[in-house]
Design a protein around this ligand. Sequence first.
Ligand SMILES: [Fe+2]
Length: 364
Amino acid sequence: MEYTVLVVDDNRASRECIYRHLQDECRVILATSGEQALKVCSKMRPDLILLAIEMAGMGGFEVLERLGERAELSTIPVIFLSTDNDTETEIRGLERGAADFIVKPVNKSILLYRIGHHLRFHRYQHLLEENVRDLEGGIVLGFAEIVEFRDANTGGHVGRSSRYVQILGKTLRKQSREVSDAMSEGDLDMIVRAAPLHDIGKIGIRDRILLKPGPLSEGEFEIMKTHSTLGGEILRRMYWRTPTQHYLKFAIQIAESHHERFDGSGYPKGLRGDEIPLCARIMAVADVYDAVTGNRCYRQGLSHEQTRGIIVDGAGTHFDPRLVEVFLKVETQFEQEFNLFRVESGGIAGGGGGVGMDISPRAA
Ligand SMILES: [Fe+2]
């Protein structure tokens, strides 16, 4: 029995009739009222709902409205059942989001045909949405990789730094109720998705500066710093065109604020403390860890222990001290990720774009 169909009707004869029609075709759950149907849906997600319009207590229209208020239930196809073969009621139901309308008493062949049609349609729709999501994910990583290819020193940085963001975010959520309320699991997923785009603004930095092997002059460094605002601007335009892509909200905050410092001495705005979005404070630690451990054309990457020292020294000045505490709890996971990369790349670690870090000789 591949599918589960929820039948909601306060008329016993009608429920039993539908049950007999469907029992050999799918798993059937019966609810005797609108209220009971919502309770069932809060525990499991049926693949399709057959919903009587006329019921004592909560009627079919109200049940449909309540289902629509919950994102995870709003896409379940709902077929209205009515004794009233009235065009106006049918139109009203379809307008409010019902997938179909069947008049009682229900004919078995019509019922099976319509249910089969909607289940198939719904499955294709779901597959299509999954494919679009994959495609979008591919495009996002593609953008990030364009930047990575231009900045020849940062091989693998985007992938690793988003893994570090995930490790820090997950642990921070676990240890603080305040944080887990402010940053849901879904938010963290979006932040991890957004992290590879943090340096997208480098796409607008001239090669002469981006690829310069030696230290940057003060003027060049000022230009390099614009990658944060530029990245925010690029992503803001993307979000404006695709407002359903909510992870772009986080991508904008991360791109704009990942070089802000906790004590207000960062750029571009000189934000301090909690003024810096949490996702950007997390990114700052991840970005610096990866950049410092990685090789640049003008220096060797530092060891995990040396990098740990830099991060600990930066608590309260460069970094949010709470995040440094979290880093110390999960540092072995960071080290494992880093070692994994060293093995994969034959011992040559790539380094990130920690523009403006104390240890960088380019930070003129
Ligand atoms: Fe950056």
